[in-house]
Ligand binder design. Structure first.
Ligand SMILES: [Zn+2]
Length: 316
């Protein structure tokens, strides 16, 4: 089953899914970078309508616990738009938490317990800085984590250990933000040593974070899913370059392990006055993939079969 904010669904009911988006980011995270702040329910709802009208059915909201997520808003948005939303527990880059935030000071066991409670009982209402206290009845469906640039610090090691424990105990996937100048292969080794199966890992942003596609292939060879989302994002590269990366991975035989999304920010959502909008993949990018000769069955796999397989809980 796949855990959405309105309840479990069988994987075959998922439909067209973008695996890493943002529909709501408020609080401290929204002040770190104003381009990230997504905090108007009407506008987020309008963006989902756009996505739905273009043929979208489901998406992952990748904002984890304690950094501006709002479980109740996500549930309302899903109910109003009829778009299925898979919400995240877990932790983000430390830049999104104030210096004295509980994520930094809580023990690994405490974090594991919180993540598991969010997956099995309900996400905590976001008080941001305050230790989670008020629980909603709306459950998270995956664990999101973030690998930062530089060396793997004891603080991140604690957080990743907690996330790995919760992923093993719950059977949900662990989705990881991969920062530029980080070391995803060392993280993959670390998580393997924690006993987490590579098939339960989704590494994000490699298409903009890691230029050497040999690293992409090595991660796939180990069984890890890659989520590409540098689409409609010319500040990094254009969609032709994105298509070339995708084509290279298909030629290497990894078409079953690629997921795609937009990783939207406020500046990239039409309803907030930005662009290209949450419908960009459906309206413009998929036609480009077709023009570049990617088979229709493979395009459907990127957005339907692969997400259904990657997001499903294992063992139930
Ligand atoms: Zn993101």
């Amino acid at each position: 089953m796949i855990g959405t904010v309105t309840g479990d669904i069988p994987p075959e009911d998922l439909g067209f899914c973008q695996c890493h988006e943002h529909l709501w980011i408020a609080g401290y995270s929204g002040t770190v970078n104003p381009d990230l702040r997504i905090d108007d329910p009407e506008k987020s709802r309008a963006e989902l309508d756009l996505f739905r009208r273009a043929g979208g059915s489901a998406l992952v909201d990748a904002q984890p616990l304690g950094c501006g997520r709002n479980a109740s808003v996500l549930k309302e948005l899903s109910e109003q738009s009829a778009v299925k939303i898979i919400a995240s527990t877990g932790f983000h880059k430390m830049i999104y938490y104030p210096e004295d935030h509980w994520v930094r000071t809580a023990g690994a066991d405490t974090l594991t317990r919180l993540f598991l409670e969010e997956l099995s009982e309900g996400m905590y209402a976001d008080g941001d800085d305050a230790f989670p206290a008020v629980q909603t009845r709306c459950r998270a469906g995956l664990i999101k984590a973030a690998l930062d640039a530089g060396t793997f610090s004891p603080l991140y090691e604690k957080c990743f250990s907690a996330a790995a424990e919760a992923a093993k105990a719950s059977g949900v996937p662990l989705m990881v933000h991969i920062e530029k100048d980080s070391d995803p292969l060392t993280l993959a080794d670390f998580l393997r040593a924690q006993g987490l199966a590579p098939e339960r890992l989704i590494f994000c942003h490699l298409d903009r974070a890691v230029a050497d596609t040999a690293v992409h292939r090595e991660l796939c060879r180990r069984g890890i899913y890659l989520e590409y989302d540098t689409i409609g994002r010319p500040k990094y590269h254009d969609d032709e370059r994105e298509t070339a990366i995708v084509t290279e991975m298909l030629e290497a035989g990894y078409g079953k392990q690629i997921l795609m999304s937009l990783d939207t920010t406020r500046a990239r959502l039409s309803s907030y006055g930005g662009g290209p909008g949450l419908d960009h993949i459906l309206v413009r990018f998929i036609p480009l993939l077709r023009r570049r000769g990617i088979p229709e069955a493979q395009i459907q796999a990127f957005f339907r079969e692969n997400p259904a397989r990657a997001l499903g809980r294992k063992g139930n």
